[in-house]
Design a protein around this ligand. Structure first.
Ligand SMILES: NC(=O)c1ccc[n+]([C@@H]2O[C@H](COP(=O)([O-])OP(=O)(O)OC[C@H]3O[C@@H](n4cnc5c(N)ncnc54)[C@H](OP(=O)(O)O)[C@@H]3O)[C@@H](O)[C@H]2O)c1
Length: 431
């Protein structure tokens, strides 16, 4: 490797991902140098606490007391940010690194979803790379596919399963006939769900990834107009009902370009059992792209974990090792469009609605009247009475209706004295 160029790397953050990446780079330095014709050379590492026990052995000379020194050191070419979070240390590190003309690789979706536009402008102005393949769907190489392999295409829709934890919970509830709480507790024991899994369950994690994908697919700036629902309110009864009706429930992220307007949404969705996306179970992620002239493209794989995330980080590092400065969001900030992003109230969906009611005469007709008053037409109605407890579960499948009318039905029914629990709505289909 004597005559090869070298690129000096600082890894900041040595947790789950950082320590795995460190080991991987040590073991695979030679093959990566051959493949990229340039040596990836780790010069510094840093994390919060120097005395923490770690699974890696670090040469004392490589440890930076102050992680921000990596942004000032002349010895550093590339900074790999593996701290996490949109604010605080990660934000300081990445802004300073780019301002000081260091290439940056990050796995931080929260940071990119919030500051990606500002950061890419700084990277472009300073002629350095900002790479974030690992921030979206771990080992699924969707960012590079969009920027390179699919560059020929005008994309009109991107959708899929972008969160392994919620997908694991939904598919295990279904397969093992268990309720939400039990599956979540088990997922935490197995390490599939974090101790604090809020952003995995409330849809925020998917929303951050979808915002990044939308801006890449539609050449627009990142926009925060997005409808977000998580899986917290899905219970076993919904999973069973879905099964009987021929569906699976999946937490989908969907972004579509329709008549020059972008609609971004994250919510549990009833998906036909026979469809491809319904077969994606466990911690897997899948991203589906509709574009012209390519048609439909699908990439699936492990969405998280040190192995899959390191695969994505190495792809970014290799891209920098090979040279050339690329626009972080595929085209220059000057060329990115200010597209109109709209809420979903005017979008039409067929939907599943579930009402838990006191079982007494007149309730059903009261509910169906609210549907007809709001011009929501009913495709299918199932009533499951529980005579022992004197309540009844009413499931209604609607025809395609504007989301604002479905919301009105929910608002008007939930006030009724015969309603036991807040009515539920789960939209049907990815389009
Ligand atoms: N885990 C996954 O499966 C996965 C998948 C895709 C993307 N990501 C992303 O990868 C990033 C890292 O995730 P992770 O799971 O490796 O997190 P983690 O295990 O919590 O590690 C975070 C690291 O950051 C260090 N750190 C925290 N605050 C710091 C500060 N103020 N100054 C310097 N270092 C600081 C910590 O230091 P100490 O070790 O001293 O505490 C730790 O080494 C996140 O952006 C995450 O979203 C993770």
């Amino acid at each position: 490797m004597k005559n090869k160029n070298k690129l000096n790397i600082a890894i900041i953050g040595l947790g789950n991902i950082g320590s795995y990446l460190y080991k991987y780079l040590q073991i695979n330095k030679e093959i990566l140098s051959k493949k990229n014709n340039c040596i990836p050379n780790i010069v510094f590492v840093s994390a919060k606490s120097r005395n923490k026990k770690r699974s890696i052995k670090i040469n004392k000379k490589k440890w930076l007391k102050n992680y921000l020194d990596a942004t000032k050191s002349e010895k550093v070419d590339v900074i790999i940010e593996l701290i996490g979070g949109a604010e605080g240390a990660a934000k300081k590190l990445v802004f300073n690194a780019l301002k000081n003309k260091k290439h940056v690789v990050t796995a931080n979706k929260a940071l990119i979803a919030k500051y990606g536009d500002k950061l890419s402008k700084i990277a472009e102005d300073n002629n350095v790379n900002l790479e974030f393949e690992a921030a979206v769907c771990g080992g699924v190489p969707i960012i590079r596919s969009l920027k390179e392999g699919l560059i020929a295409n005008k994309i009109n829709r991107v959708y899929g399963i972008f969160n392994g934890t919620s997908n694991y919970i939904l598919s295990t509830m279904d397969k093992e006939n268990k309720n939400f709480k039990d599956v979540l507790t088990n997922a935490q024991k197995l390490g599939y769900a974090e101790t604090n899994p809020i952003s995995d369950l409330n849809g925020d994690d998917v929303a951050a990834k979808l915002k990044i994908l939308s801006s890449l697919c539609f050449n627009s700036f990142i926009d925060h107009t997005i409808h977000v629902e998580g899986i917290n309110f899905i219970d076993k009864l919904d999973i069973d009902n879905a099964n009987k009706l021929g569906y699976k429930i999946k937490l989908l992220g969907v972004s579509e370009l329709i008549n020059n307007r972008v609609y971004q949404r994250v919510h549990p969705t009833l998906i036909k059992k026979s469809s491809y996306i319904a077969s994606i179970d466990g911690v897997l992620n899948a991203v589906i792209i509709d574009g012209k002239p390519v048609g439909q493209n699908v990439i699936q794989g492990e969405g998280a974990g040190p192995e899959a995330t390191t695969s994505a980080l190495i792809s970014d590092i290799s891209s920098i090792l090979r040279g050339n400065i690329k626009f972080p969001f595929s085209i220059s900030s000057k060329e990115r469009k200010k597209l109109k992003y709209k809420g979903i109230l005017e979008r039409s969906f067929s939907a599943y609605l579930r009402f838990e009611v006191i079982d007494k005469p007149g309730v059903l007709s009261n509910i169906t009247k609210i549907f007809s008053k709001n011009k929501v037409s009913i495709k299918r109605l199932i009533q499951n009475p529980n005579k022992f407890k004197k309540f009844s579960s009413i499931i209604i499948i609607t025809h395609n209706t504007k989301d604002k009318f479905l919301n009105k039905v929910i608002k008007q029914t939930e006030k009724k004295p015969f309603i036991i629990k807040r009515p539920k709505i789960i939209r049907i289909g990815a389009n």
